[in-house]
Design a protein around this ligand. Structure first.
Ligand SMILES: [Zn+2]
Length: 260
């Protein structure tokens, strides 16, 4: 797959913008899963293309665990939840990375990585579903695209970013891979914003409950993670900070939905 080349150079675009002959395409798009609009400057096609690159590289850099026990478990929970998330159009893939790290991540194209270290502390499938739902929530929330857009806009300015990304696309590099979600592999830890985390939590709980898992497993897991966090510096906690406010928000969501 090749990127479309754009006949204008950067100077033309700046002049065009100044003269008003190029409409800034800078896009705010409504996201129904979130019930809010969000900045999406990078096209869906590009996000998918870049995600595929990030996935291919991550899988070749990391050691993939072939153990059937771990893989069956992740597959079972993952495919169960895809059906209930409304995102079965994506080509989901669930891979276990052979590492002690307590971590998991997802890319916008539905590629999910769980590290052995996080699966080892999950006693119940409900705990796996908690993190799976949360990661799927990031996908439905289009958080990676929003983050990549914000990153590009802050680097080159909003209007220019809109025009450039529409025409020339985004280059793939480690920072882009990190913005998309595969940061751990690339050594760039990019925490999601608090807003993104809370949104992913809410959607994740909805998906897990719809898939037949018990919502208290979500609370149990995050409470356990926050105490683990106090005792160590787990990677997952630096990208998914958990604290009392966040757990309280989840508890409130569970109550307001009437889940029990
Ligand atoms: Zn998260």
């Amino acid at each position: 797959m090749t990127m479309k080349k754009f006949p204008m150079n950067r100077r033309d675009i700046v002049l065009g913008l100044a003269a008003g002959s190029i409409l800034p395409v800078a896009g705010c798009a409504q996201n129904d899963a979130l019930g809010r609009s969000q900045l999406q400057l990078v096209s869906d096609n590009q996000i998918m293309y870049l995600s595929q690159q990030a996935w291919t590289q991550a899988i070749s850099r990391e050691r993939v665990l072939r153990d059937p026990g771990y893989n069956r478990r992740l597959q079972r929970v993952g495919s169960n939840m895809v059906a209930r998330s409304g995102m079965s159009h994506l080509d989901w893939e669930f891979v276990v990375i052979d590492s002690d790290q307590v971590n998991a991540w997802v890319l916008p194209n539905g590629k999910v990585a769980f590290y052995r270290g996080i699966l080892d502390i999950m006693e119940e499938d409900g705990h796996v579903a908690t993190v799976m739902g949360h990661e799927m929530g990031h996908v439905a929330g289009r958080h990676a695209g929003e983050r990549a857009s914000q990153q590009q806009a802050s680097q080159i300015g909003m209007q220019l970013a809109g025009a450039l990304l529409q025409s020339q696309g985004v280059n793939f590099d480690d920072n882009m891979a990190a913005a998309l979600g595969a940061g751990v592999t690339y050594g760039v830890i990019l925490p999601y914003s608090r807003q993104h985390e809370l949104e992913a939590d809410r959607l994740g709980v909805d998906y897990m409950v719809a898939s037949g898992y018990e919502p208290h497993h979500a609370l149990d897991f995050w409470v356990a993670m926050s105490s683990l966090h106090r005792g160590s510096s787990a990677e997952f906690m630096s990208t998914h900070p958990s604290d009392d406010t966040r757990i309280a928000a989840m508890r409130e969501h569970i109550a307001s939905r009437g889940y029990s």
